[in-house]
Design a protein around this ligand. Structure first.
Ligand code: M6R
Length: 601
C-alpha cells in the first residue's frame, strides 16, 4: 500500500522517479507525486489520479538530480491533490508508506494543527521532522521516529542538504541500491530492475543516507550497519505486458510455465524434496498440529492445503484469516507448525500473525513469492514460489504456485508420518507433474470461456456452487469475479443452499457450478437441478471424465485426480472473471479501491 521511490545521481531525477512510480503503481493508484531538489529549493508536483496524469505535469519540471516520489493508496484523508504525497513542512519533505496511529496526539503535542495542509497522518511526520531539524538530519530522524506509533517507510529530503535522500522504516519495506547511474530507494525491488547488480533491504530502525555513489546505513547509536546484499536477478523486461492487453491475462497464461518452475526443483527421483529450501525431516519433528494463516487468495490456497493435509497426513489443520488470528486466542505452542502464505510477503495481517505464532513457540514455515520480503525474513523456513513478478492486483499465478507447494508438502508430510507409502506418493507426484500440460490444454480453449462469460455481463449477482474441493476453488473464483468485474458473487457448498440461500435464486441469477469430484458427482447434479428448477441459469464446468451426459456441460475441464482438479477449475474461473471485466471496459489490472500489497491492518 503506497509505493515510494527515491533517486539521486547524474541523471534527471524526475524521469527516474516517474519510471519507478509506474512500476510501483500496483501498490496504490489513488494519487501520485514527486518532490525534486534544485539549488537549495524543493519543488513538488502531485495530483489525484494515476502516474500517467502526473507525468504530463512532470514534463514541465526543470532538471534536477535528486528527488523522491510516491503513489498512494488512501488511508487518512480522501483522494485529492492536497492529500497526495510528498508532504513538505519547512525544510523537510517526506513520502510515507504505512500508518501513523498516534498522528492526532502528535499533531497537538507539536502544535502542528494550524500548519498542516492535508488530512494525512504522513504530513504530521514532516512537521515533527522539521521541528527537530537544526542542521543534523540524524538527530531529527531519531527524535521523530521515537515518537511514532505504527508502521512506516519514509523517504526524506532536507532542503539544505544537497544530493542526499534519507530513509528509515518500521515494518513497511524499503530496498536500496547503488546503481549504474546513481542510487535508489524503493518500496519494492521491482522498481530497481535494470538499475543495479545488487541491492539490500534496509534493516528496520536504521537510517540510510543515500548519495550518488554510496549509501551509508547507521543504527540509532550511530554504528555502521553491515548490510546483506541480494543479487538483482531480474530484468527490466520481465515487467512488461508483452502482447497482452493486461498483466492479468499474461499472468494467467504464464501458469503452466511457473507451476513447472515451482515443482521441478522440488521433485527428486519422483518424490517431493525440499532440501534445496533448507528443509529436512528434522524440521517437522514434534509437529502435532498445523495452522495456516493468510489473506484473500492466499487464504483460499490455504483452504485447499488444509483439506489435503487432513486427508493425507491425518493431523489437525486449521486455516485462519490472518486479520482475525491474533484476536481469536488460537491454540498455538511448540508443537504447532504455522504456515504463512503470501504472494507479496508484506501483508501486514499475515506478518503480525506470524510474529504472534513465533512468540507462542510455533515453528514458522512460509510460502512466499517475493524474495527477502518481510514474511520470508521473519520465518524459520521459507519455500519460495517461482511465480515471478505478479503485477495485476488480482492474484492468479501466485495462487496456483502456492497450491503446487501444498501438493508437494502434503507428499513429504504424508511419507514422514507414515500415512502413505512411497509408491502412493510417487503416483500422486506424477499427477502433480501433469498439471502444466493440463492447464496448457485449457488455455488453448480460452475463447470458449470468453463466449460463456458474455452471459454474465449484465448480471448484478452470481452464485457459485460445488462440493468437496470444488467449494474452496469456487471461493477463489468468486473473489476473482467480485474484485475485477464488480459483480456481487458468492460461493456456496452446494449442500448448504437449501439451508437458506436458495431463497435468493431466481431466473435473474446466474449460477456457476463446478463438477470435478468423482464421489460427489450425483449429489452435485441434484443440487444443480434444484437451482435450475427455480429458474436459475446454470453455467457448468465439468471434468472430462465426469462428463457422461448426465448433466449439460458448458465447459469441459481437463482431467486430473480429484485432489488436483482445483488447479484447472480456478484457471477457468480466472479467465471467466477476466473476460467479464475486460468486456465491461474496466481497468482489469487496477480494480477500484484495491492495491496489490496490503500493508495496513
Ligand atoms: O500478498 P498476499 O498474498 O499476502 O496478499 C493477500 C491478499 O491481499 C491477496 O491474495 C488478495 O486477496 C488478492 N489480490 C486477490 O486477488
Amino acid at each position: 500500500m503506497c509505493g515510494i521511490i527515491g533517486y539521486t545521481g547524474k541523471c534527471d531525477a524526475s524521469g527516474k522517479l516517474i519510471k519507478g512510480l509506474k512500476v510501483l503503481e500496483y501498490r496504490g493508484y489513488d494519487s501520485a507525486g514527486i518532490a525534486i531538489e534544485r539549488n537549495g529549493a524543493t519543488e513538488i508536483i502531485k495530483c489525484a489520479g494515476r502516474v500517467d496524469k502526473l507525468q504530463a505535469f512532470a514534463s514541465e519540471v526543470k532538471t534536477s538530480h535528486t528527488g523522491i516520489g510516491h503513489t498512494r493508496w488512501a488511508t487518512h484523508g480522501e483522494v485529492n491533490d492536497n492529500n497526495s504525497h510528498p508532504h513538505q513542512v519547512g525544510k523537510v519533505t517526506v513520502v510515507h508508506n504505512g500508518i501513523i496511529e498516534n498522528y492526532r496526539e502528535l499533531s497537538e503535542k507539536y502544535s502542528l494543527t494550524d500548519k498542516l495542509k492535508s488530512e494525512t497522518d504522513s504530513e504530521v511526520v514532516a512537521g515533527i521532522l522539521d521541528f527537530y531539524y537544526r542542521g543534523n538530519p540524524y538527530d531529527a530522524i531519531k527524535n521523530t521516529v521515537k515518537e511514532l506509533k505504527g508502521t512506516f517507510a519514509l523517504g526524506i529530503i532536507f532542503q539544505d542538504i544537497e544530493g542526499a535522500i534519507f530513509a528509515v522504516r518500521n515494518v513497511s519495506p524499503i530496498v536500496a541500491c547503488v546503481g549504474y547511474d546513481g542510487s535508489y530507494i524503493a518500496s519494492d525491488a521491482l522498481a530497481l530492475a535494470g538499475h543495479c547488480d545488487e541491492y539490500f533491504v534496509l534493516p528496520e530502525m536504521t537510517i540510510a543516507c543515500v548519495k550518488d555513489n554510496e549509501i551509508t546505513v547507521t543504527d540509532f547509536n550511530s554504528n555502521t550497519v553491515k548490510l546483506e546484499m541480494i543479487t538483482a536477478d531480474f530484468t527490466d523486461n520481465e515487467y512488461g505486458k508483452g502482447d497482452y492487453p493486461f498483466f492479468m491475462e499474461k499472468e494467467i497464461c504464464q501458469q503452466p510455465e511457473v507451476i513447472q518452475k515451482t515443482i521441478e526443483k522440488r521433485i527428486k527421483d519422483g518424490l517431493p524434496d525440499f532440501t534445496a529450501d533448507n528443509i529436512d525431516d528434522e524440521f517437522f519433528e514434534g509437529i502435532k498440529s498445523i495452522s495456516i494463516v493468510a489473506c484473500g487468495t492466499a487464504m483460499h490456497a490455504g483452504l485447499i492445503g488444509k483439506g489435503l493435509i487432513e486427508k493425507k497426513v491425518r493431523i489437525p489443520c486449521c486455516v485462519y484469516l490472518a486479520s482475525e488470528f491474533i484476536y481469536t486466542n488460537p491454540i498455538i505452542d511448540e508443537s504447532t507448525l504455522l504456515i504463512c502464505v503470501s504472494q507479496s510477503g508484506e501483508t501486514i495481517d499475515t506478518l503480525e500473525a506470524l510474529k504472534y505464532g513465533k512468540r507462542n513457540g510455533a515453528k514458522v514455515l512460509s510460502i512466499v513469492n517475493v524474495r527477502q520480503s518481510s514474511i520470508a525474513r521473519e520465518s524459520d523456513r521459507v519455500i519460495y514460489t517461482n511465480a515471478g513478478p505478479e503485477v495485476a492486483v488480482a492474484s492468479t499465478k501466485a495462487y496456483t504456485t502456492q497450491l503446487s507447494i501444498f501438493f508437494l508438502l502434503c507428499g513429504t508430510l504424508s511419507l514422514l508420518y507414515g500415512k502413505q507409502t512411497e509408491i502412493e506418493i510417487r503416483e500422486f507426484i506424477r499427477e502433480v507433474e501433469k498439471l502444466p500440460a493440463a492447464i496448457d490444454s485449457l488455455l488453448k480453449r480460452k475463447d470458449e470461456i470468453h463466449k460463456l462469460s458474455r452471459s454474465l455481463l449484465e448480471a448484478e449477482h452470481a452464485f457459485m456452487i460445488g462440493r468437496g474441493y470444488d467449494y474452496p476453488a469456487l471461493l477463489e473464483g468468486s473473489l476473482k469475479l467480485k474484485e475485477i468485474s464488480y459483480i456481487h458473487s458468492e460461493a456456496f457448498a452446494s449442500g448448504e443452499l437449501k439451508h437458506g440461500t436458495i431463497a435468493l435464486i431466481t431466473d435473474k441469477t446466474p449460477v456457476i457450478a463446478l463438477v470435478t469430484q468423482s464421489g460427489l458427482k450425483l449429489k452435485e447434479i441434484s443440487n444443480i437441478k434444484e437451482v435450475q428448477s427455480r429458474g436459475a441459469r446454470v453455467i457448468t464446468f465439468v471434468k472430462k471424465s465426469l462428463n457422461d451426459g448426465l448433466i449439460n456441460c458448458d465447459f469441459e475441464l481437463p482431467d486430473t485426480i480429484d485432489e488436483l482438479s482445483v488447479v484447472p477449475s480456478v484457471v477457468a474461473l480466472q479467465l471467466l472473471a477476466y473476460y467479464v471485466s475486460s468486456d465491461k471496459g474496466l481497468d482489469v489490472d487496477k480494480p477500484r479501491n484495491l492495491a496489490k500489497v496490503v500493508t495496513v491492518e
